[in-house]
Design a binder for this molecule. Structure first.
Ligand code: NAP
Length: 271
């Protein structure tokens, strides 16, 4: 990973900045897509128990060593004991004795269990089953609650983030707390590619529209995890690593932010 762009985590480890998402890929498709992604050069693969493709992802990684693998505890497994069991089951499906990053998928505030779930993640990290631990879809108050309870700051928060929904307030909170921001749906689920501003910058730079958006994430110090199924898309997205946007191009994409640009569920009431 020496030449690959990476970010420092608050636990002393490092995380590859550009990753590969696998949501909506079946087990078989995940195996093929992950293989293509690793052949292309990606160093991080993101999955989750709820994607029902951990087996396929594990087979796709196969004998590749040093790949940064992350998975997530689903909402119905929250709570201390359930989380310990859910992690073992994920490792079994992945065919590994540890993951590099284990996340709580959603806070599910109404369940009132995410603090106990976080305590289990700390235990799993201490046991070596997860090298680093973090959260996903956590809001500022959720982050503060787990830190107050355990003194352990999540290494990362994986949140919905794309040009149409930029999460500036939460990013400031992350920066103040030393938390890496990982962007899910970084391409706006593909819809962001058609925007005029993105198409104009793609024409100016001679790069794919997806690479323009991903370069914007990377230049902001974010860690995007685009999902793609075909080799063409996987390769096009990877060309973001060779693209530097000008200040004017960054500002033009910054201006696409919208308060109501959320595409996925709201963490306040999703579980
Ligand atoms: N923590 C969470 O709650 C959460 C929620 C959602 C997602 N995630 C993670 O974030 C990852 C990415 O998010 P996402 O899958 O929702 O959305 P995304 O990565 O923003 O967009 C994926 C879509 O864009 C298309 N696409 C990708 N590259 C393209 C290209 N070069 N040209 C044209 N179209 C392209 C894909 O089509 P093809 O498949 O046809 O290539 C797919 O339809 C997920 O896979 C998952 O790992 C996490």
């Amino acid at each position: 990973m020496t030449d690959y762009p990476n970010l420092g985590l608050n636990d002393g480890r490092r995380i590859p900045q550009l990753g590969f998402g696998t949501f909506k890929l079946s087990n078989d498709d995940a195996t093929d897509a992950v293989k293509m992604a690793l052949e292309t050069g990606y160093w991080l693969v993101d999955t989750a128990a709820i994607y029902e493709n951990e087996g396929g992802v594990g087979r796709g990684i196969g004998e590749w060593s040093d790949i940064f693998l992350q998975t997530k505890i689903w909402n119905d497994r929250q709570g201390y004991d359930e989380t310990l069991k859910a992690c073992d089951e994920s490792l079994e499906r992945l065919g590994r004795d540890h993951v590099d990053m284990l996340l709580i998928h959603w806070p599910c505030p109404d369940k009132g269990k995410f603090v106990d779930t976080w305590k289990a993640l700390v235990e799993l990290r201490d046991a070596g089953k997860a090298k680093s631990i973090g959260v996903s879809n956590f809001r500022e108050d959720d982050l503060k609650r787990v830190v107050d309870a355990t003194n352990v700051v999540p290494a990362l928060n994986q949140v919905e983030l794309h040009p149409g929904f930029q999460q500036r307030e939460l990013r400031r909170v992350h920066d103040a707390m030393g938390i890496v921001t990982q962007s899910w749906s970084p391409l706006g689920q593909g819809e962001g590619l058609q925007r005029d501003v993105i198409q104009r910058i793609a024409a100016q730079t001679g790069k794919p529209a997806s690479a323009v958006i991903l370069a914007w994430h990377l230049q902001h110090g974010l860690a995007p995890i685009p999902k793609a199924s075909s080799r063409d898309h996987i390769k096009a997205n990877f060309t973001a690593l060779g693209l530097t946007l000008s200040e004017e191009q960054m500002a033009a994409i910054d201006a696409l932010d919208s308060a109501d640009g959320r595409m996925g569920p709201d963490p306040a009431d999703f579980c």
